[in-house]
Write a protein that binds this ligand. Structure first.
Ligand code: SF4
Length: 386
């Protein structure tokens, strides 16, 4: 019984009992190659029990409407100042053109809209509301997934409205759901180090809970592989899991490995997860075992690469993410795994590893032919409130 402690933790997770923070730290600190394989195998079994062989994906387009930002997060390679040669702020015509293109070329079901914290927009909060309203008028059936808690915070300040009033107004304009980005790492000390100007943990949590209370679902995210310790990650995941217990408002958990190449943290990080994707696989597996109230764990092909993303499907991951069409954030930080995968490519990749690809919408209703929304619960033995 070389790994008796590990075995009992894995058994605990597989029998549906919630892991505690000590269990989580044991999993994070496990380095033995055989033990790590056991962790991945347990996560795979649990995922099969929850999602059978289904791997979902979304046909979507990212729209980053501005790269001008006044915040200066240390992990960011995307932000520009107004004077930068490649600085931009898209007007509505350009945004609509991108959506038409996405509709025409690949039949997108969703747009994901986020941007830098552009100081000019502080004087013009109407830009955000009118953006959503304009898109909704032109595309009544499109799912609009837009604006992180950081953007809601800035909008609340500049419009002089509460978070709930801002989110309600955006909903009235046509907003469907929000990305749970700007979470980065929620452990306060390390958060201050890597993004000192971003909203603090308490504010992020308040905005997310407000969105959930108003019926606006969000994703949950973490940025990992920078300066954080296992304890920081445990804090982050514990907080996210407790919010999900309270609100059931998260649709999925997305783990975002840090890409350091063109960021100011570049020389402070020993090795990136790109060079050691086994670390990412182990992390995905731990997420499946620890986040017992999440049905959906999403991989990130732009960050770890397509073949590693495919491999992660046997480590507890059940969602391949989106077609994206364009991807600026990771690319700007030095990621070079591309910006677009067609639906056909995604289907082939999933099928090649013996899994069953299923097209979904943003909130995880299955929408492809032959797999109706009722199939969401097919094979589930646990109850999820997504
Ligand atoms: S991560 Fe976002 S908020 Fe932070 S500097 Fe980059 S663009 Fe600005």
């Amino acid at each position: 019984m070389k790994h008796s402690k590990l075995d009992s933790i894995l058994q605990k997770a597989l029998s549906g009992r919630q892991l505690d923070d000590n269990d989580l730290l044991v999993l994070f600190e496990e380095k033995d190659a055989e033990a790590v394989k056991e962790i991945a195998s347990a996560a795979d079994s649990l995922n099969l029990e929850i999602n059978s062989d289904k791997v979902s994906y979304v046909v979507n387009r990212n729209i980053n409407f501005t790269n001008i930002c006044g915040l200066n997060c240390k992990f960011c390679g995307y932000k520009r100042t107004k004077k930068s040669k490649d600085a931009f702020l898209l007007d509505y015509d350009k945004i609509l053109e991108k959506i038409y293109e996405g509709k025409k070329q690949i039949g997108i079901d969703e747009i994901c809209v986020t941007g830098g914290i552009n100081p000019e927009l502080k004087l013009n909060p109407g830009y955000y509301f009118n953006l959503i309203e304009t898109v909704r008028k032109n595309f009544p059936d499109l799912h609009i997934h837009a604006f992180s808690p950081q953007e809601i915070y800035e909008l609340s300040l500049s419009a002089g409205k509460s978070y709930s009033a801002v989110i309600e107004k955006l909903k009235g304009c046509g907003l469907d759901s929000m990305p749970g980005t700007a979470a980065e790492i929620l452990a306060p000390e390390i958060r201050k180090k890597i993004c000192p100007k971003k909203i603090d943990t308490k504010t992020w949590v308040e905005i997310i809970k407000t969105a959930h209370a108003l019926g606006v679902k969000t994703s949950a995210t973490v940025l990992f592989g920078h300066l954080e310790s296992p304890r920081d990650l445990a804090y982050h995941l514990g907080l996210i899991r407790s919010i999900q217990d309270e609100t059931a408002g998260f649709t999925e958990f997305i783990a975002l490995p840090f890409i350091s190449f063109k960021t100011s943290l570049k020389n402070k990080v020993d090795e990136t997860l790109i060079k050691d994707t086994d670390k990412a696989f182990k992390f995905y597996a731990i997420l499946r075992l620890y986040l017992d109230n999440f049905k959906n764990i999403q991989t990130s092909w732009p960050k770890i690469g397509v073949s590693a993303a495919v491999k992660s499907l046997s480590c507890g991951v059940n969602d391949f993410g989106g077609t994206l069409m364009e991807e600026n954030i990771t690319k700007s930080a030095g990621g070079n795994f591309g910006e677009y995968l067609s639906e056909g490519e995604i289907i082939n990749l999933i099928q090649k590893v013996g899994k069953n690809p299923v097209r979904r919408d943003t909130i995880y209703n299955y929408i492809n032919a032959g797999a109706c929304a009722c199939a969401v619960n097919d094979g589930d033995k646990r109850l999820f409130n997504v």
